[in-house]
Each structure stands twice: as structure tokens, then as C-alpha cells.
Design a protein around this ligand. Sequence first.
Ligand code: GAL
Length: 415
Amino acid sequence: MRKIAFGLTTVALSIAATTSHAGEVEVLHWWTSGGEAAAINVLKEEMKDAGHTWKDFAVAGGAGESAMTVLKSRAISGNPPASAQIKGPTIQEWGDLGFLTNLDSVAAAGKWDQVLPPVISETMKHDGHYVAAPVNVHRVNWMWANPEVFRKSGASIPTSWEQFIVEAQKIKDAGFTPLAHGGQAWQDATLFEAIALAKGSDFYKKAFIELSDETLRSQDMIDVFTTFKKMHDFVDPGFSGRDWNIATSMVINGEAAIQIMGDWAKGEFTAAGKQAGIDYVCFPAPGTSGTFTFNIDSLAMFQVDGDEAQKAQQDLTRLILEPNFQETFNLNKGSIPARLNMPRDKFDACAHSAMDAFLASSSTGDLVPSMAHGMAVNSMVQGAIYDVVTNFFNNESMQATEAVDKLARAVKASM
Ligand code: GAL
């Protein structure tokens, strides 16, 4: 008996000796689909290589609605994880509540102010101090298409929503599902936002950043709702509640022609061994070629106690901005690096096009934050827009004129 106990002590001592600076880092995220899991695994492995323990806190559910609910309950009970995937204005909400930790020393050592474009570095700061680390930039206004389904249907890739309706009808008549969609509030909002973006960046900004009552009630917004409702004719009967990656698989396997989705969808094509330009094609969502709705994923860091836990958290923060991680993570995730001046050679044509569009749109004022993905407005306003958009899509009798009134009222009440 004594011998066994002695044996265990020896093992314990030798582990402690080899990992004296090792700490545990618990990371809350919602990256559970094929492409997403491959991406976050890169960070897990790098942390393990640095001698730390990664405690995975994955809460499934696209766009992270469930993850955010779980995070709130952990924070309320005084036990938030060391790190959580939090984005955009929500970073400010957590910062205001005093939960986040100052990352300025890691950021200064890594020259974050120089290697990040201002639109990203500003989002990562609260009160002028870094509190989150960006892993990527997703472009949201994308259209993913199966060229074989288009060919068999005699349809062309649409460049406007008017044309989308014409081509989608051909695809439907040929016996395919034109639009792979999952009826979940955030996916409805992603589609709605893409249609609104085709009215131009000024309209988009007035509606979803300035929250102008006049724009929310305008004829243009009525048109957006009308086109959005029309999309209902092009989804399959099983769309309700479907996860986004299942919708992507419908395009991958040739059941459906198109998905309107951010480039995390590309992560699914990649995970399935498909190649851009051959097995699938990417185009900006109809009517949005010069614009870029951005969605920056980031890990915000919560205050943790103890030297080892703090060291693990700092290493995590540092690793995220390293070129190696930025490249490998984004090759798997479908997004582009947050870090500037990264080599492009390993990235495909869709990523190159996103990189070009990101740079070009930043100088023309056409780089806009995604409302559907929590970059444009706080979570209250976003929730109010989600509710109106999704109720409208699922309510056959609701008119677009009624929807704009509900939208304007809901936004006002949540501001
Ligand atoms: C987005 C997130 C992406 C992707 C997507 C689907 O909000 O920024 O990284 O994971 O949800 O889950």
C-alpha cells in the first residue's frame, strides 16, 4: 500500500517538475462544426505545446447565442472562464461590467498597434486598453454555390437580387433546392442583412449603425423585407431550425445550389476536402460586390487568479497574434488573418478576394460591421432586430409595411 502511494507521489513530482510554469486555461467558444473545430484545435495544440492545459468549454450553436447565455450564468455565479469568444460591442459590455483583464503588456510586446488595422485594434480595446485578441476577419456577405447544380439547371450566377429570383426559379424547376437555409434567427438575419446591403453602404449604415427611424421605415427597407420574404419560396420544406453547417452540406452534396453565409461556410467545404473554383464557387452576395460586412472573432480574457493561470492566459493571448496561428487557424476557418501583411500563398481564391475586398472597402467607406454577427449594435438592439426579421420570415400574412413599423418600434424600444 505504502509502495503504491510512494509511486504516485513520484509521478506527481515529476509532472510538476517538467511543467513548472504550466497553467490551465478554460476557453468558452461555439466552434463545433467540422471547419470550426479544425480551426480551434490549432490553438489547443499550440497551448499544449507551450506546456499548458486547455480546458475546452464548447457550447454548440451557430453564432453563439447559447454560448453567450451560458457565459452570463457562469459570470453571475462568480466563475467566468479565463477566456471566451466575445465579439464587437459585446466586448464593451463585458468591459463596462469590470470582468475583463488588461492585455496591454502582451499587446505592446507583440506590437499589436502596428500589426492590426485600426478597425480591429479599436474593437479589441476597452477604455483604451486591450482586453481581447482577434483571431480573424470573416466576410459575411458571401454567396456559396455548387456549379454543377447551376449547370444542370441552366442557371447563371446572379449579381442582383432581382436576378437571384429569376435564377432560383430555374433551379427550383430543375428539381433542386435553390437556397440552402436554416431557419434560425441569426441565419435569417444573415440573409436579411445581405439583402439590405445591396441597397448600398450608406443605407446599411443609416439602418444598422445609426438606427435612423426614417431609414428603418423607408421604401428601401420595405423593398428589402419584400425580397427577403420572397426567399421563402426557394428554401426546402425542412429548413426550419436547421443548423448552418447542415445547410452548407446541402450545397456540398449537390442537393442545393446556393447558401448565403459568411466564410465560415468555406471551412466546411475545406473540411469536406472540396476546392474553391472546382467543387464550389464563391461570389459576393448579389449586389454587394464592392462592400464587405465584417465579423471579427476574438477571445476576450477574464480576470484570473494565480501566477500559473495568468501565465497560461498571457501565452494564449500572445499565441493568437503569432503569424503561424493566424495562418493555420484561418486556412481551416475560411476567414482571413486579422494581422496585416501575412503571406497569401497558402490561401485560396476566395480568401484572396476577401483580402482584396477588405483593403479596398476600407478606403471607400464600404467596410461595414455585420449587424447579424454582433459587430454593429449591442446585444439588446441586435435581439430586437432578430425578433422582427425572423417573425416576418415565418409569418406568411405579415406585410412588409407592417414589418418596417415593427422594426422601427423594436429598435427604438431597445436603444
Ligand atoms: C459567427 C462566428 C463565426 C462562426 C459562425 C457560425 O458568429 O463569428 O466564427 O462560427 O458564427 O457559428
